[in-house]
Ligand binder design. Structure first.
Ligand code: NAG
Ligand code: NAG
Ligand code: NAG
Ligand code: NAG
Ligand code: NAG
Ligand code: NAG
Ligand code: NAG
Length: 607
């Protein structure tokens, strides 16, 4: 199946292409745009004033990994001693040297000190100047662009130039940027409930959930299948309610769908709904598409049971040029508000939403390609995931449903730097899964006729996302596991096909329930996140901290016995067989699926 559904769900190329060309950022030389962006309207009037904003480089970012290892490496005496948000904010605030350097340069360029304002967090400089002054300052040409709805925005698609001694102090200059909306990783069609009634044309409707539940776990995955597969029999022992799902834009759930599911699989949860944390007015009762959110919520609420409440960050997306990840991150960390790389305009929830210990994200937001229009943004966002992890949050994300291609849209990278659907280009990963500070989860399924006592295989109904980042170097904590794969099992691809030195993912795997009914790595992430929430529950009861950033622990020797090593399967795309599953870590199923009791014991053994 898959193919037709994926193709029809595919968003048109227009927003992506427009996006990539409008975002132009380079430190020392202008980017040459290959073609004019669609939607180019006209040159901007030189006399019009624009609020030009410089996002200043953070201090100590080069030490982020070291700081994280200090609290997340199982061998560290400070394991689990997470930082306070204030400590994080103070440590990474731009230095006085940075502020002075940029301010001095602006004044030397003839911008009067009155026109330069330092933002209240000390992390941005705002200028009220004309287009002509901005063009002169940045050696740029500003244009107006219109989007599909005719809204005009201003930007410089040919890029801009900063002197080298200033570029090291500046992360971004606005306005220059534009981004597209997130794509849900759910593989279900609209109006479906999780392994409930499927309205998709490719599958048979299931009207009798009881009959469905009696089929084997190879064809119909129930909560009991998952409990058996991962040795997960959970009753909370602490007061913790700390698992959060994230839904973006119009991905909403319907309580009647949840009830249909609970009636069959978890009767004491009928009538239960997640606790809403609305970000920028996000409203799960609004009209929208119920597939992704319903899947995530049914899985997490169902696995955690009635003794734990799930919370839901419902993040509104009213402005397609703004990546909603930025809204989520700003809502959790007020210091991110003014520096969100896709623009702070319209962000009002600044650090005012509760933080939690496990956050599950079943979306992919940007392709992981090395591109001057994408790399600075994804690096800034990834650093923010790292900074939030330092305070004790575990971020879990789906690895994607497109194998070695850019998720469900199956885009690969052509030699001229463009992404194209279903071609023989090089491999493309996706954010946030490829960010090293996020735990990426690939998808498995029970082999035909197999029982839950047997180790699963990597999904065959769709290729589970995995590979190597083009933006993030490989962290030391996974180097020996990944090197083992590269030395012994990697297919013989030529060097341009994938980036051997990149962060490799997924880290782990969980059932992707693609039995022609529902699923994808969209299911795998919330399943794994639920297990981590249950680990935190046990640690809390033992007067220990939540686990926070778990990747260094997962790859450590102390966790070697925790995984069910998945060795069957591959993730073909981009005209290749992709990668193959193998003993040990592999870029299809990561370290494998987990045995919850062993996972819990390993984390309980840590300080
Ligand atoms: C649903 O399936 C169960 C188990 O096979 C069966 O006992 C029940 O009668 C079925 N219900 C309906 C409404 O068909
Ligand atoms: C879950 O939330 C409900 C309100 O929706 C509340 O009545 C219940 O006590 C909560 N359960 C736990 C375990 O906190
Ligand atoms: C959307 O957000 C961008 C970036 O913050 C901003 O420049 C633009 O004005 C916003 N557009 C609308 C229609 O609010
Ligand atoms: C990149 O190459 C592809 C395939 O050769 C071509 O179709 C596409 O138009 C090219 N794009 C640009 C921007 O040159
Ligand atoms: C991709 O490569 C395969 C062989 O490696 C070839 O058969 C196929 O035609 C190629 N497809 C495209 C679209 O170039
Ligand atoms: C490979 O990844 C590294 C970061 O790990 C990056 O610096 C390099 O540019 C990447 N190469 C390509 C071809 O994207
Ligand atoms: C890799 O493949 C490309 C396209 O087939 C080819 O042009 C290039 O020479 C190959 N590089 C190496 C190092 O084999």
């Amino acid at each position: 199946m898959g193919k037709a559904a994926v193709a029809s769900n595919r968003r048109p190329m227009y927003p992506m292409a427009f996006t990539r060309l409008l975002v132009s950022l380079v430190a020392v030389a202008s980017v040459q745009a290959a073609v004019f962006p669609t939607g180019l309207y006209r040159r901007a009037d030189p006399d019009v004033r624009i609020p030009l904003t410089f996002s200043l480089a953070q201090s100590n970012l080069d030490k982020l990994e070291t700081f994280l290892l200090d609290v997340a490496d199982p061998r560290s005496p400070n394991y689990g001693q997470h930082w306070s948000p204030a400590q994080v904010k103070e440590t990474f605030r731009p230095s006085a040297e940075t502020v002075d350097a940029v301010q001095g340069w602006l004044q030397d360029a003839g911008i009067h000190a009155d026109k330069i304002k330092l933002g209240s967090n000390g992390d941005i400089l705002q200028l009220d100047i004309t287009i002509a002054e901005a063009e002169n300052l940045l050696h740029a040409e500003y244009y107006l662009y219109s989007d599909e709805d005719g809204h005009l925005s201003v930007g410089c698609h040919d890029g801009y130039t900063l002197p080298v001694h200033i570029s090291q102090h500046v992360d971004f200059v606005w306005p220059t940027m534009q981004f597209s909306e997130p794509r849900s990783l759910s593989r279900r069609s609209e109006s479906a409930t999780w392994f409930g009634r499927e309205s998709g044309a490719t599958t048979t409707p299931i009207d009798n959930l009881s009959a469905f539940a009696e089929a084997g776990c190879d064809t119909s995955v129930t909560l009991d299948c998952l409990r058996a597969l991962y040795n997960f029999d959970f009753t909370p022992v602490s007061e913790l309610n700390a698992c959060y799902a994230v839904e973006f834009g119009n991905n909403i759930y319907r309580s009647e769908d949840l009830d249909l599911f609970f009636e069959t699989y978890s009767p004491d949860q009928v009538g239960h709904i997640p606790t809403l944390i609305s970000v920028e007015g996000g409203d799960p009762d609004a009209s929208g598409t119920p597939s992704e959110a319903t899947l995530d919520i049914e899985l997490m609420m169902g696995l955690l049971g009635s003794g734990q409440n799930l919370s839901l960050y419902q993040v509104a997306q009213t402005n397609l040029s703004q990546d909603p990840t930025d809204r989520l991150l700003a809502a959790l960390d007020g210091s991110y508000c003014s520096v969100a790389p896709t623009g702070s305009e319209g962000i009002t929830d600044c650090g005012n939403k509760p933080r939690t210990s496990v956050i599950s994200i079943s979306y992919h937001l940007n392709p992981d390609i090395n591109d001057p229009t994408i790399s600075p943004m994804v690096k800034r966002q990834c650093a923010e995931f790292g900074k939030l992890s330092l305070t004790g949050i575990t971020f879990v994300a789906s690895s994607g449903d497109g194998g070695v291609a850019y998720s469900g849209s199956e885009e690969c990278l052509l030699p001229n730097g463009t992404l194209a659907f279903n071609t023989n280009g090089s491999f493309v990963g996706q954010l946030p899964a490829s960010c090293p500070f996020v735990t990426a989860v690939g998808a498995t399924s029970v082999a035909a006729g197999a029982s839950t006592d047997q180790v699963e295989e990597s999904t065959t109904d769709f290729p589970s996302g995995g590979g190597f980042s083009n933006n993030f170097p490989r962290p030391a904590w996974q180097s020996s596991a990944v090197q083992n794969y590269l030395d012994n099992f990697v297919p013989d691809y030529n060097a341009s096909v994938f980036n051997r030195s990149g962060r490799a993912y997924p880290d782990v795997a969980a059932n992707g329930i693609d039995s022609g009914h529902t699923g994808g790595t969209s299911a795998s992430a919330p399943i794994f996140a639920s297990l981590i929430a249950a680990v935190n529950d046990a640690r809390l009861a033992a007067s220990k901290s939540p686990v926070g950033f778990i990747n260094p622990a997962l790859y450590s020797d102390a966790f070697a016995g925790v995984f069910n090593d998945v060795t069957i399967g591959s993730n073909p795309a981009c005209g290749t067989e992709g990668f193959v599953a193998a003993p040990g870590w592999d870029p299809v199923s990561g370290l494998g699926t987990v045995n919850f009791e062993k996972l819990k014991a390993a984390f309980l053994a840590l300080p």
